[in-house]
Design a protein around this ligand. Structure first.
Ligand code: NPW
Ligand code: ADP
Ligand code: K
Length: 511
């Protein structure tokens, strides 16, 4: 799904009104009725106190429409108009009149702190104060109101966006923002919903298709994509009946050092479980027995050194190499890395200590083959691109880096971002059970496997991140968040692929 900016959404709004020959008030009615339907489905007529806080722009207008429908369906509703200015939008005013026509309980105007109502923990709060029109941080008594709503701990549902969040920029420190339990957003999720600094304000997210013009959305240049099941399905390449192991990639996983051999095992297991035809592991000697016993399906090449890798096996020509997990950053391993980058010219995957070695010796960046994939976690990323001021700055730095070195860079996190030049792919699978040692090693194995199976690097990264999250979701649903081990994520990649299609294994082939 494309993620549009606030500006593009406002434009889509205008184009839709024009093309569908409707008024903006009708579009508001359509959008806000969908919000009402969701709330009604959820509450099923429950007699709980509903407090709706409406701004005076169109977000507030949505709130008034929702209020009207709720009242007409017999809910206990109190409407508050958060009168931060007197410049009310036309559609707000039209719906204000409509609301007054159906109830004697007219909206209560809040103009300062004196007008704040009591909010109890059992209330259902609807936040329709600001939407995509917010253009400066919330201040003064309105900020106090937001704070009061948050402190009440009442269940809070935000319409379109939690008030106080900007769709496309960082909110800045200590600003007032609604901490929603649930956000019903119109047409396109907003970028800030997925960033580490702002995702916690959103709560559970649901996007409502309000029927904005498809052609406009199709053509809109966004460069930001949310990756969900549909996108994953469109990237997946089925296996063919008439095939053999040579068709599914020969991958080399190089890494590990004394005490960290398990990392390579996890990566190789994930690669094989994602479908690699052949997998060879390159480790220091000390790992030989561990790896041969732990994963008999893999072949092993040992280094001359006992405890860390020191020289790249140049006489071996795999389809793709993945380097770095558990490798350490000793000078010997730096020699290995140097050797490797000077020898191997097809796209590679560099993870963990591979990234740390790049940060130690930035000269090596120029040697990375085009279309390689780098998979740093935030700590490793800092070594590569330096400190960032906020999430938007981080994205800019990573885009610049990706363009400069022609590589694909992941920003790993609860929503992993895959950055390829100016394109951002935001992953929407995964869960907190995946915050466990070795989870990243598994991800590297999955992506490397796909690269070896002839997926374009960017698709291997985007699909690999999605499958990794989905495998983690399957593992967590079976054994609970706390118990998920990285090995469980590796084990479930096959189930993840199958679940994309809800079909029997036999049907997942190209005949
Ligand atoms: N796009 C779509 O597809 C559809 C959108 N719809 C809905 O419209 C919403 C957008 O509505 P909107 O443009 O009227 O803006 P909104 O968020 O209500 O607030 C703007 C008002 O706030 C003011 N203001 C700003 N910052 C401020 C501050 N810090 N402190 C104080 N005031 C501040 C600003 O005035 P200013 O003072 O800047 O002149 C202005 O008066 C959108 O989120 C969705 O809910 C649907 O109905 C239909 C389909
Ligand atoms: N809360 C979370 N939700 C979804 N995915 C997560 C979460 N926490 C971690 N992950 C995923 O787990 C992986 C952790 O990678 P990394 O930090 O490199 O782990 P390690 O170094 O232990 O292998 C990343 O792919 C990340 O996206
Ligand atoms: K809102």
């Amino acid at each position: 799904m494309k993620i549009l900016s606030a500006e593009q959404l406002s434009e889509a709004d205008k184009v839709t009104i024009n093309k569908q020959n409707i008024t903006s008030e009708e579009l508001m009615e359509r959008a806000a009725t969908l919000v009402f339907n969701e709330i009604n489905n959820r509450l099923q007529g429950a007699p709980i106190p509903i407090k709706i806080f409406c701004g005076i722009g169109n977000n507030g207008g949505d709130g008034l429409v929702v209020a009207r429908h709720l009242i007409q369906h017999g809910y206990h509703v109190t409407v508050y108009v958060v009168n931060y200015t007197d410049k009310r939008s036309d559609d707000f005013l039209a719906n204000y009149e409509k609301l007054k026509n159906i109830t004697n309980d007219w909206p209560k105007l809040i103009k300062d702190k004196g007008g704040f109502p009591e909010i109890n923990i059992g209330d259902f709060v609807i936040d329709a104060i600001f939407g995509i029109g917010l253009n400066r941080p919330i201040e003064g008594w309105v900020a106090d109101l937001v704070k009061m709503i948050n402190e009440s701990q009442a269940f809070t549902l935000s319409v379109d966006m939690p008030s106080g969040l900007f769709a496309d920029k960082t909110p800045g420190r200590n600003t007032a923002i609604i901490e929603a339990n649930y956000t019903l957003s119109f047409q396109s999720p907003k970028l800030v919903f997925f960033l580490p600094e702002t995702m916690d304000y959103v709560g559970d997210l649901q996007v409502l298709d309000i029927g904005l013009d498809r052609e406009f959305i199709g053509k809109a240049e966004s460069g930001i994509y949310l990756i969900e099941k549909q996108e994953a399905i469109s990237m997946y390449k089925p296996r063919t009946n008439n095939s053999h192991k040579g068709d599914y990639g020969n991958v080399l996983i190089a890494g590990g050092s004394y005490g960290k051999i398990g990392s390579v095992l996890l990566t190789a297991t994930a690669a094989l479980r994602t479908g690699s035809g052949l997998c060879t592991i390159n480790i220091p000697k000390c790992g030989y027995d561990i790896v041969q016993t732990g994963l008999p399906e893999a072949m092993v090449i040992t280094d001359n050194e006992n405890e860390a890798l020191s020289s790249f096996p140049g006489n071996f020509n795999p389809d793709v190499v993945c380097f770095g997990m558990g490798a350490g950053t000793s000078s010997k391993t730096m020699e290995f890395f140097n050797d490797f980058l000077n020898t191997f010219k097809k796209p590679v995957l560099i993870d963990a200590d591979g990234i740390n070695l790049l940060s130690k010796n930035k000269e090596l960046l120029r040697l990375i083959p085009e279309n390689s994939v780098l998979t740093p976690h935030p700590g490793e990323l800092k070594g590569l691109i330096g400190e960032w001021k906020d999430d938007f700055h981080k994205i800019k730095l990573v885009k610049d880096f990706s363009k400069k070195y022609k590589v694909i860079v992941l920003i790993k996190g609860a929503h992993t971002f895959t950055v390829e030049g100016d394109n951002l792919y935001i992953n929407n699978s995964g869960n907190p059970g995946m915050a466990t040692a070795g989870s990243g090693d598994v991800l590297s194995g999955i992506i490397t496997s796909l690269m070896g199976q002839n997926y374009e690097s960017v698709n291997a990264a985007v699909l690999g991140v999605y499958l990794h999250g989905l495998s983690g979701d399957i593992a967590a649903s079976e054994i609970g968040y706390e118990s998920v081990l990285a090995g469980d994520i590796a084990k479930n990649t096959g189930k993840a692929i199958r679940s994309l299609f809800n079909r029997e294994v036999k049907e997942l082939r190209n005949n």
